[in-house]
Ligand binder design. Sequence first.
Ligand code: MGD
Ligand code: MGD
Ligand code: SF4
Ligand code: MO
Length: 726
Amino acid sequence: MAKLPAAIEILEKQFGPHLNYQPPGGWESRGEPDKLVKTHCCFCGQQCGIQLKVRQNKVIGFEPWEEFPFNKGKLCPKGVKRYLQGNHPDRLLSPLKRAEGVGFVPISWEEAFSTTVNEIKRIQSAYGKNSVAVLSGVSLTNEKSYLVGKFARVALQTQELDYNGRLCMVSAGTGNKKAFGIDRAANSWEDILHAEVILCAGTNVAECSPITTDYIWRARDKGAKLIMIDPRVTPLARTCDLHLPVRPGTDSALLLGMLRVLIEENLIDQPFIDAHTTGWEETKTAAMALSLEDASRISGVRAEDIKKAGMMWGQANTSFLLHARGIEHHTKGVDNVVSCINLVLATGRIGRKGCGYGTITGQGNGQGGREHGHKCDQLPGNRDITNPEHRKYIASVWGIAEEELPGKGHTAQEIMNMIHDGEIKALISICFNPLVSLPDSNFTREALSRLEHYTAIDFFLNETAHHADVVMAGSLHEEEEGTSTSAEGRVIKINKAVDPPGEAKQDTQIILELARRLGRGRYFDHFKTSEDIFNELRIASKGGTADYFGITYERIQKEMGVFWPCPEIGHPGTPRLFEDLKFYKEDGKAHFNPVSYRPSAEEPDEEYPVILTTGRVVSQYLSGTQTRRIGGLVDLCPEPYVEIHPELASRYAIKDGDWMNVESRRGRICLRAKVVTTIRPDTVFIPYHWPGKKSANNLTIRALDPESKIPEFKKAVVRISRASNP
Ligand SMILES: Nc1nc2c(c(=O)[nH]1)N[C@H]1C(S)=C(S)[C@@H](COP(=O)(O)OP(=O)(O)OC[C@H]3O[C@@H](n4cnc5c(=O)[nH]c(N)nc54)[C@H](O)[C@@H]3O)O[C@H]1N2
Ligand SMILES: Nc1nc2c(c(=O)[nH]1)N[C@H]1C(S)=C(S)[C@@H](COP(=O)(O)OP(=O)(O)OC[C@H]3O[C@@H](n4cnc5c(=O)[nH]c(N)nc54)[C@H](O)[C@@H]3O)O[C@H]1N2
Ligand code: SF4
Ligand SMILES: [Mo]
């Protein structure tokens, strides 16, 4: 070409030729991967299939995994960015210790292990075995969940072990066991596609279980009606047939109202009730004790809408009920769950095609992690630690005497209370960030400062670990093989893509080494691989309600997941529970549980007149440790904010974008107002994924459900005011 186009010269004059431009990571990062590894997303309980692209021991990208039946290649904004976290500069590459006045300094593994073990031995001999607690998490695989449970009980010999599912799945689990005797979604999501009506209670499906949205939309394409119960008009609620804007903490009244409509309109399935359930008469009496008008005034939902919801549910032939933390994070979380199940049972719509029920499990392995024994009251296979036969069986699998097996310990919040009171002196945490995720952060911070020793195992220095004496650099999801169990109850395979970087170790190796140094190696030394742990878990779960015995690594890979219960090698697995209308209660029946409305721990008064509720946004995950380190996700939602209705905002002269104070009896935070018409005027909402002065949990209350011991994250009372600056 004789002369370059004029535009080129104009550009070069302004910017130079820029022939050295490189995209982030350099051109090499765009090259062909060495391998593609089929695995699953590390975030929520949907556990979408994904293929990780690996080059030179680094995860450099992803490809959809279109054959995986649940998500068929689809991913949400977190899934497509998940691969970025491993290369973050904050990634822990060696163990650390906290040095007063200096901060954290790298140490050798020898020092990390010996400090931890010496401190544990010192504290246990001074104060007893139970003065050491373990807090675990269910981003961990089934193998690690099982191992942590065995480690606490056999190596540390402490009863004080609980997990972050205590903040998440336990109201659902308790309700499920009360009604059905088994703790799993009753159906695979395939049944959503065949439902005529879908009821979603307290769940922001589109943002928190994005792939479930796809199932609901496909059902709606076939004519299904959608009812949503939420104080906010969430993205999916904007398109639903009936939205019930419930006042936080009053779902039990609303659901009683719906049950009353079913009874009054004769929409119940009496033959099913007579043949397959118990407790109907008491439940019916409880429903008839609350008038529709009172249900309406308590819940803040128009009586005609409660009636409409009852009719839509009652007149359908098939239905699917889904709920999540919106109804479960309450001091009556279990009541709310059984109230939902009462609607399902009253209409006999369970155990057949298109008739389903399930909680939407939240955490990545929130399902499997609640079966294999790192709950304070549970042994593997979802066995009961207080049941002598269950104890005997697990003691025999572990090769210890039954008397050696500790008893029932305390739940996560109770453990924090005991740390605060000085009854527990040392803590080992893995995969849990309680300073951000437990209610009443000022209390948690104070508690952590009283520990004599604290070792945290994580791949990032999370906010709780700032209080640790020793931090052990553990492994990311893609750095260790294992299995996990999705919200549907499908056991799937997590495949290792890369080795831990630097000096970081696999979580399993850390726990095994601790056990060895505590002098209990003989109970753990046979675990050479994750599969060895899984094979012991299979035996430990055999005969329990969560029976994995028939599931093997080979089968999971070949069949792309197997649904538990799967009690025998040749057993096909169980996508749909209760097909034979046999339930897991001793009498074989499903149990109604009567419920009456009771107030929350805290109700609005003159001093604190506004309701606060908390939850999530699509781009951030839990305490944010991981997603606050992924730039593209931070950009989508960099800061927490207060969702507030224009009517409430104008009463306080607050405009969109203004700073505002939100104050409860526990603390005060200052955030920007997001004035929206999609929330009830008596309620404000704050997403909780941020630490420190921006944390919603400065405000929340340490009140627990009496049965499940879940904290009341979804309701506290606050006063608000405009602020000139933060
Ligand atoms: N993007 C994203 N997805 C996630 C997570 C995440 O952190 N981010 N976390 C995962 C985990 S561990 C979980 S537990 C799930 C949680 O999933 P969800 O339970 O769906 O999410 P939340 O935002 O906690 O709460 C759901 C809804 O409850 C409503 N709500 C508040 N109070 C009440 C009430 O009293 N009654 C009713 N009926 N509704 C109420 C809120 O307005 C909110 O829309 O999400 C999982 N998926
Ligand atoms: N106000 C308010 N508070 C809430 C909620 C709410 O709705 N409102 N929701 C509650 C719910 S439902 C939940 S589930 C909890 C969650 O609360 P947490 O469980 O405390 O939150 P995570 O962010 O999952 O913290 C887990 C830590 O584990 C680390 N981690 C992740 N995977 C692994 C792994 O494989 N190995 C190791 N070693 N570490 C790992 C992460 O880096 C992170 O530091 O928060 C609860 N808190
Ligand atoms: S829906 Fe859940 S599992 Fe699927 S990509 Fe998003 S965060 Fe990951
Ligand atoms: Mo959760």
